[in-house]
Design a protein around this ligand. Structure first.
Ligand code: SF4
Length: 211
């Protein structure tokens, strides 16, 4: 079985296992996903979803966050960790969205990458989830799982994993595939315990590298 064949089989199995492949960060406007992805660094999505509710009570739109002081934002987002740098990035990012993009999040990968605090992972997530474009989001679950599956060989660096996956994952499948990896990584192919290979829908196609 080639890597591509293995990838296609895994994609189909995960679709059946997790029919809904939504992002677990809650948002109803593009700029809110930008805020949430920055807060999600080294924090759980569940906690981010709670913290942003408080943040938007005080700062309900791009203008309000752009005009706020980083300290006022930090006071609310502190529970997500790294409060100082996250608050600074959110404030700077919202200023650029307000001043250079007329309050709209740009639908361009390179433009997103230039925003403060936005890396490839976040830019891909926004391209995929907000704009429905091809995306590969290489978060910690994705990197762990695709190595275990045998789709990449001992690659841990996010950008290199992303580039390797672009070669074997159909572009239109990438975004949902990555969301499903998060669900599978939380429930079955876990990081902190031994993965539950005995009840895994991928047991016969996964190479179980390092397990
Ligand atoms: S078979 Fe095991 S290592 Fe492979 S995906 Fe399933 S739980 Fe993870």
């Amino acid at each position: 079985m080639t890597k591509k064949q293995r990838a296609l089989e895994i994609i189909e199995r995960l679709k059946k296992e997790y029919p809904d492949a939504d992002c677990s960060l809650e948002y109803d406007q593009a700029w809110k996903l930008l805020v949430s992805v920055r807060l999600a660094a080294q924090c759980t999505d569940a906690r981010v979803n709670v913290v942003v509710e408080k943040l938007y009570e005080k700062f309900p739109d791009v203008d309000a966050l752009a005009s706020a002081t980083p300290e006022a934002i930090e006071a609310i987002v502190k529970p997500c960790g790294l409060g100082k740098s996250k608050a600074r990035d959110i404030n700077a990012c919202m200023k650029i969205i307000r001043d250079e993009y007329n309050g709209q999040v740009p639908d361009d990968f390179d433009a997103l990458l230039k925003l403060p605090g936005v890396g490839r992972k976040s830019a891909n997530l926004i391209m995929g989830d907000v704009f429905g474009k091809p995306a590969i989001v290489t978060d910690t679950h994705c990197i762990r799982l695709v190595n275990r599956f045998g789709l990449v060989d001992g690659i841990k660096e996010p950008k290199k994993v992303e580039m390797a996956l672009w070669k074997i994952i159909p572009p239109e499948e990438g975004n949902d595939f990555c969301h499903r990896l998060v669900l599978h990584g939380r429930d079955v192919c876990t990081a902190r315990t031994k993965p539950y290979c005995d009840r895994c829908c991928l047991a016969d196609v996964c190479k179980k590298v390092g397990v």
